[in-house]
Design a protein around this ligand. Structure first.
Ligand SMILES: *Cc1c(COP(=O)(O)O)cnc(C)c1O
Length: 379
């Protein structure tokens, strides 16, 4: 169905950058360098700067970025098979897949109904003698970081890994473990995704790991390249998970515009929040500061079991919507055997959440119009 207000059209996302991207692509094609090299290094340098970290390693995608952090900790002996990693239950499945793929055990912790991010007051009770890390996920672009999380991590000597796939450019109102406030530098290591729909997207799959830990960065880098630390010398049984120079070149065009793109998203979010006014809809918590949410998604809660009906009515009115995510990881067939405690908030959110259009193809005016349509719908 063709929508008057599509949820997200990727052509709109790249339109403003088209000429620069074509120029950059041409440069790569003419260079004769199609793996590694200057384009990748330039992008890594810019990303390290943007995230206030010392090291950035370009990788194949966001899932691999998370996997490689955990696999590196295993190679370095920081973690061992069977160790536990705490992760929010309301997340994209990739966060959880990365943990189980590294031979570690995901321990799902429920989320806060207001932020939809990990409920940090529940973390301490989930810690056992096997717990080695907390993976905090800045879901929907909202930074999932507070004193409670930082304090628990410090007292128990846990690594903190940030899943920044949806949160490039976000900043915390609370300083991270080393005093920094940029998402990506709050914990010990962070993973980014540049999947085309993310706030900064490539023209295919791409991702990155950032950290201040030189040993970790070196290990991640080696693992992306068959586990080799120098040509034809393999210290690890590694992978081929590199970032392509053609994607790095595309990302170098777009990365400098991160803050502008995020500011536009915030303006659309404000238009929704100021206009939507219904007893049976809860709009997302507004940020304490402009940047502690970069609004990857604008997620409302539709009460009284009326979410699916609203989604249908909106589609009939020409408004595309999506659900992030209708089935949480612990309800997926692949995790049927995963032990977990009760996750009432995550389960409730799965029934109530609805994502409204907030990407570059949606203007502030569109958002206000969509909000009026929502106000006028009979449920
Ligand atoms: C997109 C995403 C990932 C995975 O990134 P890919 O590049 O698609 O592999 C991981 N975690 C979260 C929260 C995501 O949104």
């Amino acid at each position: 169905m063709s929508m008057k207000y599509p949820f997200l059209d990727l052509k709109d996302v790249n339109l403003p950058y088209m000429e620069e991207m074509i120029e950059a692509a041409t440069r790569v094609i003419r260079s004769g360098r199609y793996i590694g090299g200057e384009e990748v290094e330039r992008f890594e340098h810019s990303l390290a700067e943007l995230t206030s970290t010392r090291y950035a390693v370009g990788v194949s995608n966001g899932l691999d970025a998370l996997r490689l952090i955990l696999k590196s900790y295993v190679e370095l002996g920081v973690m061992n098979a069977g160790d536990e990693v705490i992760v929010p239950a309301n997340t994209y499945i990739a966060s959880v897949l990365a943990i189980s793929d590294a031979g570690l055990k995901p321990v799902l912790v429920d989320v806060d109904i207001r932020t939809m991010n990990i409920d940090t007051s529940l973390i301490e009770a989930a810690i056992t003698s096997k717990t080695k890390a907390i993976m905090t996920v800045h879901l929907y672009g909202r930074v999932a970081w507070d004193e409670t999380l930082a304090d628990v991590a410090r007292r128990h000597g846990l690594k903190v890994i940030e899943d920044c796939a949806q949160a490039i450019g976000a900043r915390s109102t609370t300083a991270g473990l080393n005093g920094s406030v940029q998402a990506g530098s709050l914990g010990d290591a962070a993973a980014f995704s540049f999947y085309p729909t993310k706030n900064v997207g490539a023209l295919g799959d791409a991702g990155a790991v950032v950290t201040n830990d030189e040993t970790l960065a070196r290990t991640v880098k080696a693992l992306t390249n068959y586990g080799s630390d120098r040509r034809y010398h393999n210290i690890y049984c590694g992978y081929n998970c590199r970032l392509d120079p053609i994607q790095a070149a595309m990302l170098s065009v777009k990365l400098p515009h991160t803050d502008e793109e995020n500011a536009d998203r915030f303006a659309r979010a404000l238009a929704y929040s100021r206009t939507i006014s219904r007893q049976d809809i809860v709009t997302p918590l507004l940020s304490r500061s402009v940047n502690d949410n970069v609004w990857h998604q604008y997620v409302i809660r539709v009460l009284d079991g009326k979410r699916d009906l609203l989604q249908q009515r909106l589609a009939s009115a020409g408004v595309g919507t999506d659900i992030h995510y209708a089935t949480p990881p612990h309800r997926q067939p692949c995790y049927a055997g995963l032990p977990h405690g009760p996750l009432p908030v995550t389960e409730r959110l799965a029934e109530e959440i609805l994502s409204l259009p907030i990407g570059p193809g949606t203007s502030v005016k569109d958002a206000a119009e969509i909000a009026e349509i929502i106000n006028g719908i009979e449920l």
